[in-house]
Write a protein that binds this ligand. Sequence first.
Ligand code: 15L
Length: 267
Amino acid sequence: NAARRIVLTGAAGGIGTMTRPLLAKLYPGLVLSDRVTPPDLQPGETFLAADLTNPDEVAAVLKGADGVIHLGGHSVEGTWDQILQANIVGCYNVFEAAREAGVKRVIFASSNHAIGFYPRKKRIGTNLTVRPDSRYGVSKVFGEALGSLYSDKHGIAVTCLRIGNVGPRPLDVRRLSIWISPRDLVQLFRIGLDHPDLRYEIFYGASDNAAGWWDNSRAEQLGYRPQDKAEDHRAHAEAEQAKIGPDPVGDLFQGGTFCSAEFTNDV
Ligand code: 15L
């Protein structure tokens, strides 16, 4: 009764580092991958180095895998070439290697920046036109579309998580609406890896946030019961916000500073 082989790309990154210990308990066959070895690699953890832009290296990592949690890539706005290589080419290589290796489940780390130009005053679900706020956001929309293709055409069960911001607590007022704790995010990973009826889903990666902008009822239907609430950290978030000051464009939109960067339109 071999443990299921679940591959975590981007294992040395921020979310990988925060979720690895929880995932290791749930999936004893967990395989970590990144370009660089995680500095805190534990005895008993399996690590395979791969550059996502190299199809052969990605194929070697996904060989024999049952599922992949794809966190790897460029995690903020970047130059077109950075985004193209890490998030467009890299994401394609992961889905192609998954198809080739017969991997049954893919979790794709999408982002709130796929819909960042929705105004903060609008509550949104997942059944709507995307409004990316950056080249980075466009790359996340690309990953969601690729996931839809590989689900319909190749029968891979794909879960796209439009992740807000992961951390021990919300960093500012915007994050009171989009924050998710590591353990709540792991709950969403589990639904994507384990739910029996899943084909293609988009969920929001947010905890139980009173100030939230997103209707996450589909995730709740499939069993999501977030345990953490941003509101418990309001005082901290407001104190941090006071240090930042106003952003006349970013403060209007869900994506915040990703919207105001390089902005030349009228509001
Ligand atoms: C993201 O998608 C980034 O990966 C992360 O670094 C944060 O900037 C986050 O969004 C956010 O919107 O707070």
